[in-house]
Design a protein around this ligand. Structure first.
Ligand code: ZN
Length: 75
C-alpha cells in the first residue's frame, strides 16, 4: 500500500541519481584515461624560464639547461 506511493515519489529521484552517477563515472573515466595517456609532468625553470617535461612525476626536477631544481607546473 505504501510501496506504490513510495515508488512514485522516489522513481524520478532514483532516475536523477542514476543519471548523476553515470555522468560522474563517465567523467572519472575520461579524466583517468587522459591522466594515464599524458603521464608527463611539466616543469618551468624559475631561473632561466626553460619549460621541460619529466616522464615520471617527482616533487623537484632538475632543469636540463641550468640545473636548477623546480616544482611541477601542473598536476
Ligand atoms: Zn633552468
Amino acid at each position: 500500500m505504501t510501496a506504490g506511493l513510495a515508488s512514485t515519489v522516489t522513481s524520478p529521484l532514483v532516475v536523477a541519481l542514476i543519471a548523476l552517477l553515470a555522468a560522474a563515472a563517465f567523467y572519472d573515466f575520461i579524466t583517468f584515461r587522459r591522466r594515464r595517456s599524458t603521464r608527463e609532468t611539466v616543469y618551468r625553470c624559475d631561473a632561466c624560464r626553460h619549460i621541460y617535461t619529466e616522464s615520471h612525476r617527482t616533487p623537484l626536477a632538475r632543469c636540463p639547461k641550468c640545473g636548477k631544481r623546480n616544482e611541477p607546473v601542473r598536476e
